[in-house]
Design a binder for this molecule. Sequence first.
Ligand SMILES: C[S@@+](CC[C@H](N)C(=O)[O-])C[C@H]1O[C@@H](n2cnc3c(N)ncnc32)[C@H](O)[C@@H]1O
Length: 445
Amino acid sequence: MNARKIALDILTDIDRNNAYSNIALNKHLRGKALDGRDQRFITELVYGTVENKIYLDYIIGQLSKTKIDKIHPSVMSILRLGLYQIIYLDKIPPSAAVDESVKLTKKVQMKASGFVNGLLRNYLRNRENIRIPNYNENPVAFLSVTYSHPEWLVEKWMKEFGAEFTEKLLQGNNAKPTLTARVNTLKIEKERLMDYLRTNHIEVTEGKYVEEAIKFENMYGLEELEAFQKGYFQIQDESSMLVAHVLDPKPQEVVMDVCAAPGGKTTHIAQLMENRGTIIARDIHEHKLKLIDNTAKRLGITIIKTQCYNAKEIDETMIDKAHRVLVDAPCSGLGIIRRKPEIKYNKKPDDLKKITDLQLEILENASKYVIENGYLVYSTCTITNEENIGVIERFLSRNQSFVMVDVNPLLPESLRGQEKYLQLYPHIDDMDGFFICRLQKRTRP
Ligand SMILES: C[S@@+](CC[C@H](N)C(=O)[O-])C[C@H]1O[C@@H](n2cnc3c(N)ncnc32)[C@H](O)[C@@H]1O
């Protein structure tokens, strides 16, 4: 089994089918007889190549006489993989990176092997002479190439956050994310699970913000572990765990989660409700509801009722029925670029306008289900103002029966801030970029 060939197949899947890198990786690694070292190598190659695509393409463009949009997509992927190894992986001798790239080309595009060999060797000879755009002359182009983010996004963030913040954010988006999990306290206590994992030679430490969070060091294939299969934990970032804490559900309540799949937050809500009460978990995609059902089963949760439902439609039967409603809205995902680097290339400026209208529509419909004095929580895994506080401001201006209530008392002290809502950034908080806001329906006078 050739690790580089598997990495190439995964990159092709991501390019051709718009697949998410984490899902494509899982799909291609599952069932293959690979040791941990190979799995790590493939993962590193895939994430590294996708993360640095604009930079790698810029270099290829400088060195190739053929325009890069005329180069065969598989050959482009091989060049990116080869350059990535040469530039970023100290442990691989450059000559080996070149030889392996040529071998790989012979397997998929025989006639391009001379081209690949020539270009990579050209890079090794001339690497000192390659010039990237100058910051003072064109800061957007410099940041775009250096940190491989499209120019429109860099420009947008520079306007929104300023140049210094943006550069740190871009760096943070290229950093390796922490691998965290939520202990399923319905089945096991945190200390017992940590002991159990350590006995099995798995390195774990406590989470940074959330009581039930644990962090894994250098782990792959968490879902293969017996502890996972027994339902002792659920893989989830700490920022995502904060959402259920802000919703603050109580046992015996009726909770609605209108955009619930794959169920990370729904199952956490059930855990906080001690598996007592009712959670109606909806999603527009039928096939995704199975993911919630399967996870709930594994975690021993019985209070979740999954329903295929389009949140753009109002369900008259649920009006004024739920104590708490969660809208974990579909969003641009620009807060989770660390985990899904292809997001930065797939999104276009027009997507943002469309998605904010959908978010507002879903939030307005969901608000109808909240009982008097009940709570409505709106969250996204993005950092752009218009999808976050922008949606909330539009909602509040049209729905006077709701007020924003302070999330700070429900947060760990280190995350409390000046605003009533929470906005997390990967480079500041070392978590996924998330927005969480809590609204309450006022009693009618
Ligand atoms: C951010 S994800 C939810 C993640 C989930 N809450 C979790 O923690 O695992 C947004 C979800 O909204 C769903 N969705 C998108 N449009 C929808 C709609 N019109 N009605 C209901 N669900 C929708 C998507 O299928 C997706 O599963």
